[in-house]
Design a binder for this molecule. Sequence first.
Ligand code: CMP
Length: 138
Amino acid sequence: MSNRTLTMIKPDAMKNGYAGAILDMIIRDGFRIVALKQLQLTPERAGEFYAVHKARPFFGELVEYMSRGPIIAAILEKENAVTDFRKLIGATDPVKADEGTIRKKYAASVAENAVHGSDSDENAKIEGDFFFSALERY
Ligand code: CMP
């Protein structure tokens, strides 16, 4: 069990001005920020990040959405980080997300769902390495 996960605050949440409130929820839930940056993904980089979804019908829409504007990417640390963070963000589809979760509060739809959280320890490492060098982690 690893103690780190990777999150992105996605372009819809950034545009709607929810980044501060989302980061506040993350910190209040006990996560420590190991690394954090604001950036805009190119369509190529967004496609690379979500390569596992390449065959899905929504892949094109996902790439367009994730490269539409700036995001915040962060590595977060807490015991059982992957599982706990997925509890905090709620189900992929905000309609199915529990009350009080980030997606219930801030996501518009299953496609534009405000935040990302790694789905396994293995992917948390891959995704953390996608955005951050060793020198950018504290
Ligand atoms: P995320 O948890 O970052 O992982 C894959 C992303 O694909 C997901 O959040 C959504 O942004 C998007 N996604 C998942 N399911 C659908 C869907 N049915 N239609 C459109 N986009 C989706």
